[in-house]
Design a binder for this molecule. Sequence first.
Ligand SMILES: Cc1ncc(COP(=O)(O)O)c(C=O)c1O
Length: 121
Amino acid sequence: MIIDVKQSEEKDWQYTDTEIEKLADPDIKAFFLVNPSNPSSVSIAEESLQKIADLVQNKRKDLILLTDDLYGTFVNGFRSLAAIAPQNTILVYSYSKYFGATGKTASAIESAFTDSLRLKE
Ligand SMILES: Cc1ncc(COP(=O)(O)O)c(C=O)c1O
């Protein structure tokens, strides 16, 4: 099952609480997000990051978060979901934006999964 967790221009490219609450559904295994968004370069509000972190620390300990943080390069003081919910998060970063070399992909993936989320062989 694939569902959309939407941001909209009317909401300044932020997630509403209703959108975040969709992630409480146990049928959802992973949440893929781009933060800051492309092309708006708007990062997710601190309170929304905290709501997602609360969700994975309480109701959805099994939810995998995969955050594409490439645009973090363009936002002063950017804070990743990986800093707030490291135990559930896979962070994807590429140096192409930082070095102004889009298409010359050199990426890094980092995670600090707890044992319960580690992939089993
Ligand atoms: C948000 C985001 N993620 C990933 C990519 C892919 O990056 P790369 O140029 O390193 O392949 C881009 C490139 O435009 C991007 O904007």
